[in-house]
Design a protein around this ligand. Structure first.
Ligand code: ADP
Length: 446
């Protein structure tokens, strides 16, 4: 096992990784920008290194600075969290080239899945069903027209290097195809430095259902069931559940079997998530994330397994030590992503936190790096807390989430807590009867 790990991240996820390290008896190194000198992840780490100015490009994305911090502190491994460098294959390679361990999959798999076209062709070859669409890249408008004619409108144009919902445009009819195609390319080039796009049929009422996977370095791969992340705004998740209110245990097992078999065939290791759209009883793969996900706590609550601990054990070379039959699920979990944003306009609301009073009690978990007197910087993602509740069933998890949201007090910055309260009170949400398009309309109408 490692004796010291550097955590190349900030905020709640840096704390989350620190917690797993502490329980395993591993010392932690926090890196931080000058804007984060007072941050909780810095306060709680065993050692800290300032790696640059506030701009992420010069700090949390500054590979030489992070590697130097690891080398001078004698860390043996780097946990990248999510976002920042977590899906940067070049970074993973550099970490390995310096004799350190990257806590994640092999750089080859990070690169393979980072290109969503390669990811889809790889998965299709392994028998995983896809959303109908182009066979690969769509290089020009002529090809775009022909794909759209074949799969039928509406179609979605997506960036091959995409992430965070950027570089994605819908064309509802032939007249709007040209504009959508050009916009998607321009946005992809600006956001990812890569204007390659591909196309999919734009599904009208799917759910977003994803499967949590873990693989070790000894050929064992297991899944930890599904998460339903259909509640999204601008293709970004706001609230997640485990399990999905829409699928049966039998459907989960069948999907799990296909996915595990596929990942076993190409020797995947560490944590990964396969994302699917689910409509009319059919799953269709859209992408794979080769890292820990923001929403991993809902899986932890229903499986009672610390996924970060597992990531660290796997990277240290330990075998999983259990098989699929040993993994079982209990109850239901919900996560609300609370951001420092205006709950109506979604304008960012950085600033000084006054009161921070988190809820507690049975079945309530808070993953947050906030504290009273902390200044939320304007430079980073606006996620400030994840509120997770667990209950024996979905109704109990919802009841707990409602009362936890009532108890939660954050002053000084605006947050999306009022929006979550409204969602939790909505009959459609309560019935579990929503698709990926529901929240966008709910937000517009309320
Ligand atoms: P990103 O990597 O940018 O998050 P994804 O491919 O994971 O992009 O898609 C993000 C979200 O966009 C999905 O969860 C879903 O809500 C929506 N989406 C993606 N593909 C389709 C599709 N073919 N039809 C309808 N919605 C889609």
């Amino acid at each position: 096992m490692f004796s010291k790990i550097l955590i190349a991240n900030r905020g709640e996820i840096a704390l989350r990784v620190q917690r797993a390290c502490r329980e395993l008896g591993i010392a932690t190194v926090a890196v931080h920008s000058t804007a984060d000198a007072e941050a909780m992840h810095v306060r709680l780490a065993d050692e800290t290194v300032c790696i640059g100015p506030p701009q992420a490009r010069e700090s949390y994305l500054n590979m030489p600075a992070i590697l130097t911090a690891a080398l001078i502190t004698g860390a043996e491994a780097i946990h990248p969290g999510y976002g920042f460098l977590s899906e940067n294959a070049g970074f993973a390679e550099m970490v390995e080239a310096h004799g350190l361990v990257f806590i994640g999959p092999s750089p080859t798999h990070v690169r393979m899945m980072g290109d969503k076209i390669t990811a889809k062709t790889t998965m299709a070859a392994l028998g995983v069903p896809l959303v109908p669409g182009s066979a690969g890249e769509v290089p020009d408008l002529r090809m775009a027209r022909s794909v759209a004619e074949t799969v039928g409108y509406p179609v979605l144009i997506k960036a091959a290097a995409g992430g965070g919902g950027r570089g994605m445009k819908v064309a509802y009819d032939p007249a709007s195809l040209e504009e959508a195609f050009l916009l998607a390319r321009t946005e992809a080039a600006a956001a990812f430095g890569n204007d390659a796009v591909y196309m999919e049929k734009y599904l009208d009422r799917p759910r977003h259902i994803e499967l949590q996977i873990l693989g070790d370095n000894h050929g064992n791969v297991v899944h930890f069931g599904e998460r339903d992340c259909s509640l999204q705004r601008r293709h970004q998740k706001l609230l997640e559940e485990a399990g999905s209110p829409a699928i049966t245990a039998a459907a989960r097992d069948a999907l799990g079997e296909t996915a595990v078999a596929a990942l076993q065939r190409f020797g995947y290791r560490n944590a990964g998530t396969l994302e699917f759209l689910y409509q009319d009883g059919q799953f269709a793969f859209i992408e794979m994330n080769t890292r820990l996900q923001v929403e991993h706590p809902v899986t932890e609550m229903v499986s009672n397994v610390d996924l970060v601990r597992e990531q660290i054990r796997i990277s240290a070379g330990e075998p999983l030590g259990y098989g699929q039959a040993d993994i079982s699920f209990s109850g239901h979990a919900i996560e609300c992503r609370i951001t420092a944003e205006d709950p109506e306009s979604f304008a960012p609301s950085p600033g000084l936190v006054g009161v921070f009073h988190p809820p507690g009690g049975l079945g309530v978990r808070i993953d947050s790096a906030l504290y009273g007197g902390y200044r939320v910087p304007a430079h980073y993602d606006s996620l400030v807390a994840k509120l997770i509740t667990h209950g024996r069933d979905r109704a109990e998890a919802i009841a707990r989430m409602r009362r936890a949201l009532e108890e939660f007090v954050i002053t000084g910055v605006k947050t999306t807590i009022p929006l979550h309260r409204r969602i939790l009170d909505d009959p459609t949400f309560m019935a579990g009867d929503y698709t990926i398009h529901w929240l966008e309309r709910f937000v517009a109408q309320n």
